[in-house]
Design a protein around this ligand. Sequence first.
Ligand code: COA
Length: 326
Amino acid sequence: MRSHILGTGSYVPKQVLTNADLEQLVDTSDSWIVERTGIRERRKVAPGEACSDLGIRAAQQALAAANIQSADVDLIIVATCTGDSPLPSTASLIQYRLGASRAAAFDISAACCGFVYALSAADAFIRSGQYRHVLVIASEVMSSVTDWTDRNTCVLFGDGAGAVVVGRTEEEDRGLLSVHLHADGRLSDLICVPGGGSSFPASESMLAERLQYVKMRGNETFKIAVKTMEEAVREALAPHNLTMDDIDYLVPHQANIRILKAVGQRLGLSMEKVVLNLDRFGNTSAASIPLALDEAVRAGQIRPGSLIVLAAFGAGLTWASGVVRW
Ligand code: COA
């Protein structure tokens, strides 16, 4: 028995923030952002719209696509670094609002790798026989931790959510074939939000130092991202004796088009096989893979039988990959 993705869903808030809008906030230009990142626009929540609001809409779509009732969900895992509040979990809030009263619920914090980490947890619960239907949601309100005065970071991130329903399959050659997860905590200060937790709790001085916002050493992150993403894809294929030619689509974490082009080049993988949406949504952290996955499924690119590789890297540092025969 294997786990398999039974349905996908996604949601992005309505407000579009273009590069021209950002030119009004910081010293930047549309041409710099497009050339250096590939991003043209991103979405931003309305006032009062929170992580659970985006996540629940993506979840409802995924449940409908999987033809599963919320009452039949055994577990909800939410991957996020921008949950509604530190306590309780965003998964609990979504469990109540979905009416998934039987479901256990918890959040996973693995930054941009959160979706693949959560998928791996879902896979383990299903293969162990403990649960039948796991709802995996990745939802991020990156605008809530974005410093709109810092041009190095504010052009990169966006808000959005994606979700999948993970269930069982008895079919030999379908489903989630494997997942690999990695972390290197030595590099934890490369991308971080220093304040708001127990090391720098909310206080006037914490706010004055702007510690509630994302800090990133972009250039160093870039180089490590290229290396780890390449390794992650190779590691994903190796146990199955699959080659680059076997991949129908790589669905990568969407951080920077230059990272993805460099990875494609190193792997000898045509960019036509790389699912991209960062031009429209920017880096939505954990949400970026399920958002891209859902779009590709709905567009009919990913079909039953397609071989899909997921690959992510992010704060922690974390990196992760997975192989799915759709
Ligand atoms: N507009 C205009 N200029 C900008 C800018 C912006 N939005 N952001 C940075 N710059 C400037 C810098 O200040 C620097 O100027 P200087 O040479 O006068 O000091 C110059 O552009 C080059 O900066 P650098 O950081 O070397 O640029 P880069 O080519 O590495 O691109 C990133 C910056 C952030 C786009 C790139 O490093 C990146 O994408 N890194 C990975 C980030 C990532 O993936 N993070 C998420 C992980 S999940």
